[in-house]
Design a protein around this ligand. Structure first.
Ligand SMILES: [Zn+2]
Ligand SMILES: [Zn+2]
Length: 144
């Protein structure tokens, strides 16, 4: 998997572009999402950050994610799965594939997925498109 690393200044710039006031916990949460492109749940983010941020609470993680999503810095992916929404830092529009077996969420480029097969009627203005494919990933479909 591709690895990412960002300086604190880059994370501060990203927050300020979205008009979000920085705090140590916001920086830690955004850094985690920018560097770990695994579409984590609130719980996964909390468990990863809690050891180095002992004062961090699940509620703070959740509220920060909502704030970052409202600022269009990250996206919330409602998978409808039992483990709740996934969170994604991404600078480009893309679709997702949710594997029903391993639960992994994979990025799919629109070029390959062509979501343009659904076009809203005249008069509707599209701000964003969320496409989630559900099924089996290549690894899991081989195991069947
Ligand atoms: Zn799978
Ligand atoms: Zn994604």
């Amino acid at each position: 998997m591709q690895t990412y690393s960002f300086t604190t200044q880059e994370i501060l710039d990203t927050l300020s572009e979205g008009g979000v006031k920085p705090s140590a916990q916001r920086i830690a949460i955004l850094r985690y999402l920018m560097e770990n492109r695994i579409h984590p749940t609130v719980d996964e983010i909390f468990k990863a950050l809690q050891p180095t941020n002992p004062t961090l609470s699940r509620t703070t993680v959740y509220n920060t994610l909502r704030l970052l999503a409202a600022a269009c810095i990250i996206r919330c992916i409602e998978t409808g799965g039992g483990d709740g929404a996934r969170w994604d830092y991404s600078q480009h529009d893309h679709a997702h594939f949710l594997c029903a077996s391993c639960g992994k969420v994979t990025d799919i480029d629109y070029n390959d997925a062509s979501p343009s097969f659904v076009i809203p009627p005249k008069g509707y203005i599209v701000h964003s498109t969320d496409v989630i494919f559900k099924g089996l990933c290549p690894l899991c479909s081989e195991a069947v």
